[in-house]
Structure formats: structure tokens, C-alpha cells
Design a protein. Structure first.
Length: 562
């Protein structure tokens, strides 16, 4: 099979098993590692032979580390009493001090393509790399080029080829470098960071040990701006991690702390969390020891800041392992000054990967239809559009409303019209939001009305159409909304209602349409083409431009009583 049996068996038994492992469990792990079904006939004899060659002892139903040095001079830190010495060693190696002192992970190859092929790939996909030694990291044109272990590679089985952000970021992250990925929504950023995260865990000293009371330390931390995105990310990591005996938990608010506290106290390899709840469990419940987190990801970093999480994020990252023991990755759809400042503070000599212009642009695979309507006609037009886009009652259609009460009202109106639909908005419990999203993803309830809580990050497959019932407050939110369709290389459709109340966004919307080579309706042009000045968060339209310092406060002048 071309398998390195000695290293594989010793890693499973000594490191993951703490010095001993039942034969049945070992066979299961071997099957997962090799990514294929192991032979039944004669496998027990083969296993015995390979185990002894690796310096292991086979005792009935148990395989354990021998209390001697195997051939090659590499000592096995285990005892004949069931491997408790190995457990002690593994436990020591997973302490914060040991992790900080651990040598850096082995450097990955910079892709398998030639320099000419790399240059052509970057040009084709409009990819720019910046940072020390950036050009040395050639893209992985196939999944096999990345050098993932077989169990990790299984997570890519349903995909044809890596996306540009994945192909370019993987060699950088696998080499242990900090990385910044800037790309549009739907570009595959999640897979871009979590497969290197799994490899990071597999290359580190094993946690948990197997001794009494031992627990796994947190080694990977992913911060997400919303509950739904956190849950989606953790689900993907859990699926991929199941092939590698890697555990994970999702930490978010709106639900009971109990299960989350138990998971943290039992020990997990990966924590995916929203900042507020994680900080609560870390600072108040003392349940989340972040000092061992040596791979930290800020997912949707621009959104984390937009939602006001900067202070929490800084507090959390400060509690993790310190560079050079920590590797940090930041992924974002936009690159404003606020995100750049965060990157400067958290990342060490990062390589920046920009796919596209670096400016937020609409997905060119999405056909954009903008319809100027009277506000009183929107309800009737929505029913007409659903008769067109949702005629079979099976196509997934996502309808965006601006406000929570509006989403609830539209939900009731469509249900009265005979449509099976659900709404998702901030007034609901987390259980209600999760149920609505799950029904939409599964196709059980393929019509969903949502506020902007569902506009970013969520990977909902096969959304055929997005309808903007009410235009969002910003053009950025418009781009993120329509990015829910046309994902994973597929085409999509968006249909937007635009009213007189939205005229301040007319110029910016026209620019988005032109950039994507979409038609600009004459009715929209009548509102003018002026682009609204981007307002400062504190000073509004009268504040300094982004990146400028606010002007000094005026000097107070006191006049006499004369």
C-alpha cells in the first residue's frame, strides 16, 4: 500500500492512545487514516507483524508500546503497565510551555506547478501576493499538490479542484506562515483555512494522553461574527475532523451554556466561536483555556469589526499562545484600514493573498435584475416573482427584508398566500433560527425570508434566486446578499426592488451593475449617479475620511464679565 507502517502505528498507539489501544479501535483508526477499507482476510496477522516491527507489543486484544527501544534508536516513552508513561509524556508535551517551545511544523512544498504555470494561474484569476518570500509559494492546482494527509484529503472528495483562494493560501499556511486572504463571498475561504488547521493539529504533540483526568487542550480557535456562520464552520470542521480523531465544539450565545461548558471541560482540539459567548466562558466561567491555542483564525474579519467586536477580539487573541508559537490567519471580503490595523497587531510577517481587485465587487456569476417599484406594489410584485422563480415550490429562494418586523410580516403574508416558508431574524430564539436555516438547506422548506443575519458567510447550496424585497442600508450589504446565490462556481439570479426611499444608494448600485456588466435600468438612472460619501462611524458624513485622524477639539475660549 506504500504505507509507512512504523510511524503510523506508533503515532496511533503511543501518541493518540497514550501507549496502548484495543486492536478493534486500532483497526478502525487505520481504516480512517488510509482512506480505504482494510483487508479482512489475513489482516490480523499483518497487523501483528507490522506492530512488532514498530516496537509495539501485541497482547490479545490490546496493542501497546514496549518498554524498550525499537530498532532505529527512537525511544518509546511508555511502560509495560498499560502505557501510562506514554500518557504522562503526551500530557507534558501538550502543556502551554511545551507547545510554546515546540519546534515549528515542517515546511510544506510551494505547490507542484512550475514558476511559469504559477504566474499564468495568478494572472488568470487576478491573484496578487504580497509579503516576504510570497512569490516562492506556488499554487496547488490539484488537491493532491497540497500535501494533505490522506484523512484530511478526504474532506475534498466532493470538489473537483481547489478554488483560487484555497490553491494560493494552502502552501502558505502549511508552511507555518501567517496569512491574510482577501476574496469575495462564496470563494471557499472556509476550506482555505480549516484544512491547514487540521494539519496543524496532526503535526503538533498529541493532546489528551489517555491518562486519568487528562483532557485535550484547545489548539485551534476560529472566531466568527455570527452564530449561523460559526455553526456552519464547526459543522465542516467536525465532518473533516472525524477522519482524524479530532474533536471540536461551537460556542455561541442565545442557547444554554451547559453543553458548551461540558465540552470545554472535557477537552476539544478546535473551538469555533462568536466573540461574546467565548469571552464570557473564558473570563467569567474560566472554562476556556485559550493559552494553548496555537492556530487562530479571524473569519470574516471585516464583519467582526462592523458588528463592534474589536475589543472582544483583541482580548481573546491576547489570551492565546504568543508568536512564534501561534500561527494566525485572517480572512476577509474587504480590506479597510480598520482590518489592516488589526492585521498589523496580530500577524507576524504575513503573506497577503488578494483574489480580484481587493475591492468589494459583486459575483459576476450572478445575474442582477433591478426593478424600480412603488413601495405599495412590492407585496403584489413579490407574489408574481415567486410564481416565476418558485413555481415548482422546490427551488430555493431567499427573500431579504431590512427589518425584523418586516421579515415576520412577509412570512405571514406568504403563508396566507399558500407558500411553505420560514423566516430568520434577530427576534427569534437560536433554536428557531437554526430550525429555519436547517429546513432551507435541506430543501424541506425551500422559501426563506431573512434579515441581513443570513447575508454573509453562510454557505447554503443551490440557492437559485435572491429577492431583495427591501434594499439594504449599504451597497456592501447588497453585494453580500446577492452573494448567497451563484456559489461554488454555479450561476445565480438576484431580483431587487428599488424605491424612492433608496435613492441615496442609486449611484453606488449603478457602479456595481456596470462593474459586473449588468444592465442599468433607465428608471434607476433617473435618481442620479452621485455616490454617497462613506460616513465615519462616529462623526457621520461630517467626519474625517477613513484612515484620517479626527480633527482636534476646538480650544475653549472664556470671555470676561465685561
Amino acid at each position: 500500500m506504500g504505507v509507512q507502517w512504523k510511524a503510523l502505528l506508533r503515532r496511533l498507539v503511543v501518541e493518540e492512545g497514550g501507549g496502548s489501544m484495543k486492536r478493534k479501535e486500532l483497526k478502525r483508526k487505520l481504516a480512517a487514516e488510509l482512506g480505504e477499507r482494510l483487508p479482512v482476510d489475513g489482516f490480523d496477522e499483518l497487523l501483528d507483524k507490522k506492530a512488532r516491527a514498530a516496537g509495539l507489543e501485541v497482547d490479545g486484544k490490546v496493542v501497546r508500546a514496549a518498554a524498550r527501544e525499537p530498532a532505529g534508536g527512537e525511544a518509546v516513552a511508555a511502560c509495560a503497565d498499560g502505557g501510562r508513561g506514554g500518557a504522562k509524556r503526551a500530557k507534558h508535551e501538550s502543556t502551554p510551555a511545551a507547545l510554546s517551545a515546540a519546534p515549528p511544523p515542517p515546511r510544506a512544498t510551494a505547490g507542484a506547478c512550475t514558476a511559469e504555470a504559477a504566474a499564468a494561474y495568478w494572472a488568470q484569476h487576478r491573484i496578487a501576493l504580497a509579503g516576504d518570500g510570497a512569490s516562492a509559494f506556488r499554487p496547488c492546482l490539484t488537491f493532491a499538490d497540497a500535501g494533505f494527509d490522506a484523512p484530511v484529503l478526504r474532506a475534498t472528495a466532493t470538489f473537483a479542484t481547489p478554488t483560487p483562494i484555497q490553491a494560493t493560501c494552502w502552501p502558505i499556511a502549511l508552511a507555518g506562515r501567517d496569512v491574510i486572504g482577501i476574496a469575495e463571498t462564496g470563494s471557499g475561504k472556509t476550506l482555505g483555512f480549516f484544512l491547514p488547521a487540521l494539519m496543524h493539529i496532526r503535526r503538533r504533540p498529541s493532546a489528551g494522553g489517555g491518562g486519568s483526568g487528562a483532557r485535550r487542550p484547545i489548539r485551534v480557535l476560529v472566531l466568527s461574527p455570527t452564530r449561523e456562520l460559526a455553526m456552519q464552520t464547526e459543522s465542516l470542521i467536525s465532518s473533516a475532523g472525524s477522519h482524524c480523531a479530532i474533536t471540536s465544539v461551537c460556542i455561541y450565545g442565545g442557547v444554554s451554556k451547559g453543553p458548551q461548558l461540558r465540552a470545554l471541560r472535557e477537552g476539544v482540539d478546535v473551538v469555533v466561536a462568536t466573540p461574546g459567548r467565548l469571552l464570557d466562558l473564558h473570563a467569567n466561567d474560566h472554562a476556556a483555556d485559550l493559552s494553548t491555542a496555537s492556530f487562530v483564525v479571524l473569519d470574516e474579519a471585516d464583519r467582526l469589526l462592523d458588528l463592534g467586536f474589536e475589543k472582544d477580539v483583541r482580548t481573546i487573541v491576547a489570551a492565546t499562545a504568543r508568536p512564534p508559537a501561534r500561527q494566525t490567519a485572517m480572512f476577509t471580503a474587504t480590506w479597510p484600514d480598520s482590518v489592516r490595523a488589526l492585521a498589523t497587531d496580530f500577524l507576524t510577517t504575513p503573506v497577503t493573498v488578494t483574489v480580484g481587485s481587493g475591492e468589494l465587487t459583486a459575483n459576476h456569476r450572478v445575474r442582477q435584475i433591478v426593478e424600480v417599484v412603488d413601495p405599495d406594489r412590492k407585496d403584489a410584485r413579490l407574489l408574481q416573482l415567486l410564481a416565476k422563480y418558485h413555481a415548482d415550490r422546490k427551488a430555493r429562494v431567499l427573500v431579504f427584508a431590512l427589518y425584523k418586523k418586516e421579515a415576520a410580516r412577509v412570512e405571514v403574508a406568504l403563508q396566507r398566500a399558500g407558500y411553505r416558508c420560514r423566516a430568520i431574524h434577530g427576534d427569534q430564539s437560536q433554536e428557531q433560527r437554526s430550525a429555519a436555516l436547517a429546513g432551507f438547506k435541506s430543501g424541506e422548506c425551500p422559501l426563506l425570508i431573512a434579515t441581513d443575519v443570513a447575508a454573509r458567510g453562510l454557505d447554503i447550496p443551490d440557492v437559485e434566486a435572491v429577492i431583495n424585497f427591501t434594499f439594504p442600508l449599504t451597497i456592501e450589504d447588497y453585494i453580500h446578499r446577492i452573494g448567497r446565490t451563484g456559489r461554488a462556481g454555479k450561476s445565480g439570479l438576484s431580483h431587487t426592488f428599488f424605491t424612492l426611499h433608496d435613492k441615496s444608494n442609486a449611484g453606488a448600485l449603478q457602479n456595481v451593475l456596470r462593474e459586473a456588466s449588468q444592465p442599468v435600468p433607465d428608471e434607476l438612472l433617473k435618481f442620479g449617479s452621485t455616490v454617497k460619501k462613506k460616513e465615519h462611524k462616529l462623526y457621520g458624513a461630517f467626519g474625517p475620511k477613513e484612515g484620517e485622524a479626527p480633527t482636534k477639539a476646538p480650544t475653549k475660549i472664556t470671555f470676561g464679565d465685561d
